[in-house]
Design a protein around this ligand. Structure first.
Ligand code: MRU
Length: 348
């Protein structure tokens, strides 16, 4: 399995996901500015992966500021620049807060070089914990499947979107290895084709049978009884169980409900926003019109046409059959289950 994020000799290496599946190239990041750019450009993408990348970005920023007499103010500027990269996935803000708490907790007479070492250790932990968490999510998720079924997924919530193994694709990997999933239908996921370029590629690397469909085929595939469950990842889950995920997820959830197909969400606790009551308040990223008006760099709409390009949507909790976390599977009523999850997280 290719490593999407790697920290080697004080350098962050990112697999350039914009080039997949045609080219496998790594970006060498020596500065926090390059990490911020990679997150904005979607060279690294997926909620947990951007959280881990930002954590290493903060390490790079702190290293640059080692001899700065105003370390405290300037590291806050670095954190803010990283926060400004993408607004929806809460893992980004969670990882930056976790890193900044190391700085806030440090004694004011602590040597900055030692502080940077602590930050580096924390970023490494964020990445390695994410991988371990995904294996736990996958174990719990696989238990939801009893007999061999075909599933549908949207976007990419795989090893590429995390520090390893994946959330929704982690569950699929695990259930496939137990003989419970026989085929995956991957929505291509317009406009940036994470499903076609990344999910189909990731599954094919491991010989997991995958059928690529365009997004507007999902309803017909369900009607023809070709899938028995849907499983997706998440970018932010609010206290009431509403889920922000890649644009198009909401439509798939509505279709699943109509066809009485269970709709599962797999996500780590770092994707829960315990400060936000409902999905109505989630900031939804809007991206450049060219992503919709062009296809592979070629204009496919009238020049200058008005475009609406939200990168995410919110699926209301009423459409979600279960949310799979590293602490187990949550079911309705989600508010109580999510408050209990928060308590478990606090106790560790
Ligand atoms: O815009 P992207 O490619 O970063 O969007 C990614 C998704 O929506 C994923 O489904 C989500 O981040 C979960 S990744 C485990």
């Amino acid at each position: 399995m290719l490593q999407t994020i790697e920290w080697k000799n004080s350098t962050l290496w990112l697999l350039d996901q914009t080039l997949l599946p045609n080219r496998i190239e790594f970006i060498e990041c020596h500065s926090f500015q390059r990490v911020a750019q990679a997150i904005k450009r979607l060279e690294v993408r997926g909620a947990p992966a951007i959280g881990a990348a930002a954590a290493f970005g903060l390490v790079l920023g702190a290293k640059e500021l080692c001899n700065d007499s105003d370390f405290g103010t300037n590291i806050e500027r670095v954190a803010e620049e990283l926060r400004q990269t993408r607004p929806t996935a809460v893992n980004l803000f969670w990882a930056i807060e976790r890193m900044m708490s190391i700085i806030h907790k440090a004694n004011c007479d602590k040597d900055i070089i030692d502080l940077v070492k602590d930050l580096e250790k924390e970023a490494i932990s964020i990445a390695s914990e994410d991988c371990a968490i995904n294996h736990k999510i996958s174990q719990y998720g696989a238990q939801l499947f009893n007999e061999p079924v075909s599933v549908l997924t949207h976007c990419n919530a795989g090893a590429l979107a995390t520090a390893g193994f994946g959330t929704a694709l982690g569950v699929i990997r695990q259930a496939f290895s137990e003989g419970k999933i026989t085929r995956v239908f991957a929505d291509e996921t317009r406009p940036l084709l994470q499903g076609a370029r990344l999910t189909a590629w990731e599954l094919m690397q491991e010989n997991i049978p995958v059928t690529l469909i365009t997004d507007n085929m999902a309803g017909w595939v369900m009607k023809k009884n070709m899938v028995q469950a849907v499983i997706v990842g998440a970018d932010r889950i609010t206290l009431n169980g509403d889920v922000a995920n890649k644009i198009g997820t909401y439509s798939v959830a509505v279709l699943a409900k109509e066809h009485k197909i269970p709709f599962y969400v797999a996500a780590p606790v770092s994707t829960f926003d315990f400060t936000m009551e409902s999905g109505l308040n989630i900031p939804i990223e809007e991206r450049h019109a060219d992503e919709v008006a062009q296809f592979a760099g070629v204009l496919t709409a009238p020049k200058g046409v008005e475009v609406f390009n939200p990168a995410f949507d919110v699926t209301p909790n009423s459409l979600i059959s279960a949310i799979i976390t590293e602490y187990g599977v949550l079911e309705q009523p989600y508010h109580e289950a999510i408050i209990a999850l928060q308590q478990k997280k606090i106790k560790g």
